[in-house]
Design a protein around this ligand. Structure first.
Ligand SMILES: NC(=O)c1ccc[n+]([C@@H]2O[C@H](COP(=O)([O-])OP(=O)(O)OC[C@H]3O[C@@H](n4cnc5c(N)ncnc54)[C@H](OP(=O)(O)O)[C@@H]3O)[C@@H](O)[C@H]2O)c1
Length: 250
């Protein structure tokens, strides 16, 4: 019986490339996002099963988990690749924008995790991969909501990894650097080590299928630089962040 994945945010960008990779490797893939058109396009091109969904609607998430389990018999793997993103003006902490980003990126994942864990406990196995970001390694200037939501997502995955192991549910976190997608198209700042979405999709699926490691992070050089910055003493760290914020925009 083919393995079953559910990729949320599967209609575009990194999620769509993950869907393509999984279906090329023989998986049955359910895909979700709000827009039906990109989901239907992947249904035609890669045989994915569309389940349109807004992750801010808890009842709809619950119903979708039940439908996928019923239609496809089980859910081996869930990849949460959903995000909202806005560049935040330094010094501005707009509640409405913050709430939208956290509601989608972090609470959206929480709405999915609860019924998915129940399904996986019932079937006796499963794997949950949360797409966070290297932006979650520390508080990045100009992305207060996004960066803090991704930090929380990494912490959430760390907690879940330990707690869900006895239930035979593996939890992973995926931390990409900059990837060329609709999400980053609106960025007006330099994006070091920018990579193609297809490359990101390959690295994610290789990491998921060929390793058991907790974190799948890439590109390696950028990841190492950022992890080293995280270890700097605070006075040095803040001096570096001040220089970053003073950088000219494109
Ligand atoms: N691109 C990067 O440089 C980068 C770097 C690190 C991490 N990431 C992470 O990678 C993941 C994918 O991002 P991407 O770059 O591939 O951008 P993307 O193409 O914009 O993907 C985001 C997806 O989220 C879906 N989505 C947004 N709000 C939703 C909602 N309320 N309910 C359901 N689906 C929703 C979108 O579909 P609809 O609009 O149709 O709902 C879209 O398919 C995100 O978690 C992002 O934070 C990206």
């Amino acid at each position: 019986m083919a393995k079953v994945a559910w990729v949320l945010g599967g209609g575009s960008g990194i999620g769509a490339e993950t869907v393509k990779q999984l279906s090329q490797r023989g998986w049955t893939v359910a895909i979700s996002g709000r827009r039906e058109q990109p989901l239907n396009a992947l249904a035609v091109s890669h045989g994915a099963r569309p389940y349109p969904l807004d992750v801010t609607d808890f009842d709809a998430v619950n119903a979708t988990v039940a439908r996928i389990a019923q239609d496809l018999g089980k859910i081996d793997l869930v990849v949460f690749s959903v995000a909202a993103w806005e560049v935040t003006k330094p010094g501005r902490y707009d509640y409405a924008s913050f709430a939208k980003i956290i509601d989608t990126n972090l609470l959206g994942a929480m709405r999915v995790i609860e019924p998915v864990i129940e399904q996986m406990r019932n079937q006796g196995f499963g794997e949950i991969a949360l797409v966070a970001s290297v932006a979650g390694y520390f508080g990045l200037p100009r992305s207060a909501a996004y960066s803090s939501g991704k930090s929380a997502m990494i912490a959430l995955a760390e907690t879940m990894r330990t707690e869900l192991a006895p239930d035979n549910i593996a939890v992973r976190v995926i931390c990409p650097g900059f990837v060329k997608t609709d999400l980053t198209a609106k960025n007006d700042f330099p994006m070091p080590f920018l990579m193609e979405a297809e490359d990101a999709g390959k690295r994610i699926v290789d990491g998921l299928l060929n390793s058991k490691k907790f974190e799948i992070a890439f590109p390696l050089r950028f990841v190492l630089i950022l992890k080293a910055i995280r270890l700097l003493p605070y006075p040095v760290f803040f001096a570096l962040m001040s220089r970053l914020i003073a950088q000219p925009r494109k």
